[in-house]
Ligand binder design. Structure first.
Ligand code: 1GP
Length: 245
């Protein structure tokens, strides 16, 4: 079963999903090992691998380790066109639809399309929406876009609706990695009520309670990264909170 079919199937059956975000720059090989071990034990659903900026050239090695140590699908979550690896299973082909930077909407995609065409990667189109979260995040700075204000549920809802109408297969509400505040639950509820495609929510989720709240508000797939960099042992608690929501 493809990664997208699995996400869709679980979403349609109200089975909440957890993805662990692994930023290869932020973890050394021992920490990637520890994350892999805890993630496998906890039965998480996917790994997302990527970052706004990768400096250390560890992407391939990181994916190799995750694939060797677990059977969990690895999905590229690229901050830019340099972050490609044939070792992954799939790629979130992100169009930053909350912004008005043409490079992030379509420009980078044109550059990477021929590479993806000949790769074995499953390409999953995704409307990526950056939501204001209390302080400037790396993705905001690097993408040179303005996030949607956190109290503008109507803008978020219409943006997500337009993304679905354009044929995108997923919508991702992103507060930004390490965000001060996660995406508000009222915004998640509003966006979910207007969509028939799966909804991903991530950024600033640090506790199982927050993950559970985000699921109950309507997220089909929750993404957590920073909290596990400090404490990989938290993965099992977070997975239980998500899977029981
Ligand atoms: C960032 O949504 C992800 O792209 C995860 O964010 O690192 O804050 O968990 P955190």
């Amino acid at each position: 079963m493809s990664v997208y079919s699995t996400i869709l199937d679980k979403s349609l059956n109200a089975r909440k999903q957890l993805a662990v975000l692994v930023d290869p720059d932020k973890l050394d090989y021992k920490q990637v090992d520890a994350v892999a071990k805890h993630a496998a034990e906890a039965g998480i659903d996917y790994f997302l691998v990527g970052g706004s900026l990768l400096i250390n050239n560890q992407l391939d090695q990181c994916i190799k380790t995750l694939k060797e140590k677990t059977n969990i699908p690895v999905v590229l979550f690229p901050g830019n066109t340099m972050q490609m690896s044939w070792k992954a299973d799939a790629i979130l082909f992100l169009s930053l639809i909350s912004g008005r930077n043409a490079e992030m909407l379509i420009g980078r995609h044109v550059i990477s399309a021929p590479y993806l065409k000949v790769s074995q990667l499953e390409v999953i189109s995704c409307g990526y929406m950056l939501i204001e979260s209390g302080k400037q995040t790396a993705v905001q700075y690097m993408s040179n876009t303005t996030p949607i204000p956190a109290d503008k549920n109507d803008i978020a809802m219409c943006t997500a609706m337009a993304g679905e109408m354009l044929g995108l297969k997923l919508i991702y509400l992103e507060a930004g990695s390490g965000a001060a505040n996660p995406v508000p639950c009222s915004m998640i509820e509003n966006v979910k009520s207007s969509l028939s495609i799966p909804l991903i929510v991530g950024g600033g989720i640090r506790t199982p309670q927050q993950a559970s709240d985000v699921c109950k508000a309507g997220a089909d797939l929750v993404v957590v990264g920073t909290a596990f960099e400090k404490d990989p042992g938290l993965i099992s608690e977070m997975a239980a909170a998500v899977h029981q929501s």
